[in-house]
Design a protein around this ligand. Structure first.
Ligand code: UDP
Length: 473
């Protein structure tokens, strides 16, 4: 009888896709040994957005079994106001789902032996359930190894000071094994305040990582050698199996933009896209538009519906309306004036296909890790404009360590970026010597990314070791 591997992802597109890609690989290479079940917990705002993707995978990969937990009532322990941080709501939903998880794992165990429970790092509150059932638990990071290195070091940093990273601010430089020096203020919004619940959840994660059976990271040895080495020195087992990126056939989005791209000259178009949840205020959209217009460069820009409240610093949407009046949020006349060299797409574009088009010469990205890997696989240089989560750290690593991106400089207080900065970075990446250097490095990195999964490559080898560790368990 086959053993079962159980995946427990975050039900959000940026977390789910690479885990499913790992699942496809397992079934392709080891379908005689393992079957795969993917657990889907409902959280309170974003789970529905992944339904079309799950339907699509269920049809195209029928061996992947998706199992949905019943919907939860709103968690009673969270205060109704002020609105809790989305990460707090999510962690709480995972904790409340533990009885469902326990029941499901017990049910699977009646007919099959569970070789491993692989949880997204954000599903950390599920740790005690695996412990109780004595099931080997592996963490999955759809992020870079740099973020893992940071998580592992949080407990040490916590014990070294009584202050929050926010108080340590811009002047305190942190030295974390495997990372370039980073300022305390770059720790990412979730970690800035040590009294905050999210911070404490990540502190727990930092400690529990050491007790897991292994850590699986969607990265490649050649991309982050220092961070990977630092992680390897601290944890029982690490498996770098990237780059796992969405298949173009699994992505939706306005395909018209692809035929437009095919008509543009080689490496001439700047692609601007900010993940599944990055949004800007109307004021920020205006600055980007002015910057693009003044840069004189070609562009393809994916714009999401701005949040209803004109809040300059709000850059993460929980739900965004896909269809909206684009003209109304753009500066007057902009679309008309730039129509011969620019295209603005509403809400969503098929990003992997876009990044593999010959005409794309640069990518202004929010530094979400999937976007970073997709750019690396396309050999496309980046302008790094972090918006939320661990993205400020990714920016630092992309610019200082990997040297595959230029930084977008934003205002310290609210992250606002002025038109002149947009113009400068777009021009630099496409026109300057420095931009050409970065471009060259990205094309070299693409080759390394491809070779990680070629015969004898680092990721293929790590994947074999991972499957072997499941066999031993
Ligand atoms: N994506 C896309 N089209 C869009 C925006 C995003 O196909 O217009 C995909 C992108 O290719 C990537 C994922 O959504 O695979 C976003 O993941 P990432 O980690 O970059 O950011 P997140 O959405 O998690 O912040």
């Amino acid at each position: 009888m086959k053993d079962t591997i159980v995946f427990y992802p975050v039900p959000a597109i940026g977390h789910l896709v690479s885990m499913v890609e790992l699942g496809k690989l397992i079934l392709r290479h080891y379908n005689q040994r393992f079957s795969l079940t993917v657990l889907i917990s409902g959280d309170f705002n974003s789970a529905a957005a992944i339904d079309p993707y799950i339907d699509h995978v269920s049809h195209t990969e029928p061996s992947i079994t998706f199992h949905r937990f019943p919907a939860l009532p709103k968690p009673p322990s969270l205060p109704p106001s002020p609105t809790p941080h989305p990460a707090v709501v999510f962690f709480e939903s995972i904790r409340l789902n533990n009885p469902n998880l326990l029941h499901t794992l017990q049910t699977i165990s009646e007919t099959s032996s569970i070789a491993a429970l692989v949880i997204d790092f954000m599903c950390n509150p599920a740790f005690p359930v695996a412990n109780e059932l004595n099931i080997p638990l592996y963490y999955y990071f759809p992020t870079g190894a740099s973020f893992v290195a940071l998580m592992l070091h949080i407990p040490n940093l916590h014990n070294q000071t009584n202050k929050s990273f926010r108080e340590l601010g811009n002047t305190t430089v942190l030295h974390i094994p495997g990372l370039p020096p980073i300022r305390a203020s770059q720790m990412g919004p979730n970690l800035l305040d040590r009294n905050n619940q999210v911070y404490n959840m990540f502190l727990d994660l930092g400690m529990l990582l050491l007790k897991s059976s292994g850590i699986i990271i969607n990265t490649i040895e050649a991309l982050e050698p220092k961070a990977i080495k630092a992680v390897r020195n601290q944890v029982p087992a690490i498996f770098c199996i990237g780059p796992l990126v969405a298949k173009p056939s699994d992505q939706s989005g306005a395909a018209d933009c692809l035929s437009w791209l095919d008509k543009q000259p080689s490496r001439s178009v700047m692609f601007l896209c900010f993940g599944s949840r990055g949004v800007f205020s109307v004021k920020q959209i205006e600055e980007i538009a002015v910057g693009l217009e003044r840069s004189g460069q070609r562009f393809l820009w994916v714009v999401k519906n701005p949040p209803p409240i004109e809040d300059k610093s709000r850059r993460l949407s929980s739900i965004s309306i896909m269809d909206f009046d684009l003209e109304a949020v753009m500066p007057k006349g902009f679309l008309e004036r730039t129509r011969d060299r620019g295209l603005v797409v509403k809400s969503w574009a098929p990003q992997v296909e876009v990044l593999n088009r010959e005409s794309v010469g640069g990518f202004v990205t929010h530094c979400g890790w999937n976007s970073v890997l997709e750019a690396v696989c396309g050999g496309v240089p980046m302008v790094a404009w972090p918006l939320y989560a661990e993205q400020p750290l990714n920016q630092e690593v992309l610019v200082e360590e990997m040297r595959v991106a230029l930084p977008m400089e934003a205002a310290e207080e609210d992250g606002f970026v002025v038109a002149a900065e947009v113009e400068k970075r777009v021009r630099m990446l496409i026109e300057s010597e420095e931009g050409r250097e970065i471009s060259k490095r990205c094309r070299e990195m693409k080759e390394k990314a491809l070779s990680a999964w070629a015969e004898g490559g680092s990721s293929g080898t790590a994947f074999g070791e991972l499957a072997e560790s499941w066999n031993r368990g």
